[in-house]
Design a protein around this ligand. Structure first.
Ligand code: NAD
Length: 478
């Protein structure tokens, strides 16, 4: 099929089409549907930074989709093709995502048109600080109004620069650290944020595989053990998802698709080895223990059980949707399936775990980080030793009884060790994330299975999210 002849909606139009499909099944008051769908504002900034002897001009965006709850929240992306349409689509997804996982934020998103690989660390710091300055002076970075986070092309390092820039501009703001999330732990971050989105993908799949009816809907059987998984994009999200699914749940990563091609092995790829190869060589080409395929995207169509697009939007579209074989797709990236491809896949019976749920682990743990920054204390600091002391009371009592009953009744040392240890911050974060991912999935599936007019998880997710946003507007009297 010739892809150039096909008219595909833009990313933002795709998000709107999916929203409309759900809104048509809801009973919203007149006008509220439009109010929720539209993006409230998008700020475009162009600024110059003197680099390598000349001034270079950069273009950035910060879009606020909905302020039904503040602050608004959403990542900052560094990529050459960042544009207003994309940033607005991503901001809208943030509104629905936060509502679905009950994080008390409106939706926002930012982006800077830049290829970060073309600049050294010092240059990137100057560019990031200048961008942060432009946004902060307009309250588009602010702990109470607008809180960015990492996205494609940015990570802990950029978030630390942004936090420091904001603190320099607001020297008496005691909550300055809460102006951005995804910071390194030594700069006000939280344990488990870097892995959070990939960890959330794992928890989402674990929850999916707890429901036999849902597994059957995808034409699958059994558990995650031995499932053949194809991953596109071995960056922050894709790497962690692939690492946890293969290392902890026994799934087999049979293909990894990157910018410069793909690796394939039916025996399963060593995720850590491929990741470290990419770090050293900038791509997958040349990796020895797998078959290299130059046409990377062709592996999206490979025979597998689970497909995880974890790179960028629009990769499953009208040109390839019909040929996608995976019975289950989990959208780790934002918007990897266009609205047209979504129609085709639904007709084929493919089960799609939608982006607004699948990659919500990042914003969930960002929420925990923001709360930690506002409370100025690490999670578990007050309770941990007290919890251990109370557990010790029970263990001592059980030991006293088992002394009387004989050796066969004594406690094992592993039980004692595990039971006595109070939870640290990482364990608490994982517990909160797991609880959130389970709860949000159950809310979606209740709509998916509970209504005859809803046949897919994406529509169900929109209905749950939009209903919550609408309830918040109703409470304000709108
Ligand atoms: P990242 O920059 O860390 O990784 C992206 C990876 O995709 C890189 O390895 C890159 O080489 C690869 N890639 C880029 N273009 C590609 C192409 N054409 N084909 C194959 N691979 C390609 O980004 P990330 O933070 O992992 O984000 C990935 C996706 O997840 C994005 O859609 C982002 O919006 C979404 N997301 C990220 C987070 C987060 O916490 N980082 C949270 C929610 C959603």
């Amino acid at each position: 099929m010739d892809g150039t002849a096909i008219k595909e909606p833009s990313f933002r139009e795709s998000v709107d089409l999916m929203f409309n499909r759900a809104a048509a099944l809801m009973d919203l008051p007149p006008g509220l549907e439009d109010k929720i769908r539209v993006c409230n504002s998008t700020y475009t900034v162009r600024f110059g930074v003197k680099l390598r002897g000349k001034i270079q001009t950069f273009t950035g965006y910060r879009s606020v989709h909905s302020e039904h709850t503040e602050p608004v929240k959403g990542g900052i992306r560094y990529a050459l093709n960042v544009n207003q349409d994309e940033v607005e689509a991503l901001a809208a997804l943030m509104t629905y995502k936060c509502a679905l996982v009950e994080a008390p934020f409106g939706g926002s998103k930012g982006g800077l048109c830049i290829d970060p690989r073309e600049y050294d660390e010092d240059e990137l710091e100057r560019i990031t600080r200048r961008f942060a300055y432009e946004l902060a002076k307009r309250d588009l970075i602010d702990p109470a109004q607008n809180v960015p986070a990492p996205d494609m092309g940015t990570g802990e390092r950029e978030m630390a620069w942004i936090a420091d820039q904001y603190a320099r501009m607001n020297t008496s703001d005691i909550n300055a650290r809460a102006c951005v999330t995804g910071k390194p732990p030594h700069a006000g971050g939280i344990q488990g944020r870097v892995e959070a989105t990939g960890r959330g993908v794992q928890y989402a799949l674990r929850e999916f595989f707890r429901h036999p009816e849902d597994i059957a809907a995808a034409g699958l059987t059994g558990t995650l053990e031995g499932k053949r998984v194809v991953v596109q994009g071995l960056g922050n999200v894709g790497y962690h998802a692939a690492k946890f699914l293969s290392g902890e749940d026994g799934a087999k990563i049979t293909a990894i698709i990157e910018r410069d091609g793909a690796l394939h092995s039916e025996d399963g790829l060593d995720v850590e080895a491929v990741y470290s190869w990419i770090q050293r060589h900038g791509g997958v080409q040349g990796y020895a223990d797998a078959t290299y395929i130059e046409n990377g995207p062709s592996l999206l169509e490979a025979d597998c059980d689970i497909l995880i697009p974890a790179a960028l939007e629009g990769v499953i579209n009208l040109t390839n949707a019909q040929r996608i074989k995976a019975p289950l797709i989990i959208e780790a990236a934002n918007g990897p399936i266009t609205a047209g491809a979504d129609d085709i896949l639904r007709q084929k019976g493919t089960v799609i775990i939608p982006d607004m749920y699948a990659n919500a682990g990042g914003v969930t743990v960002s929420y925990f980080e923001w709360v930690k920054n506002l409370s100025h204390i690490r999670f578990g600091r007050m309770q941990r030793r007290q919890e251990e002391a109370r557990h010790m009371l029970i263990v001592k009592e059980l030991e006293r009884l088992s002394d009387k009953l004989g050796d066969a009744w004594s406690l094992t040392s592993t039980f004692k060790e595990q039971y006595l240890r109070g939870a640290d911050e990482l364990e608490l974060v994982r517990s909160g994330l797991d609880d959130t991912m389970r709860g949000a999935y159950q809310a979606m599936r209740a709509v998916w299975h509970g209504r005859d007019d809803v046949t897919d998880l994406r529509t169900a997710a929109y209905i749950v999210a939009v209903e919550r946003v609408a309830a918040s507007y109703r409470a304000k009297g709108l």
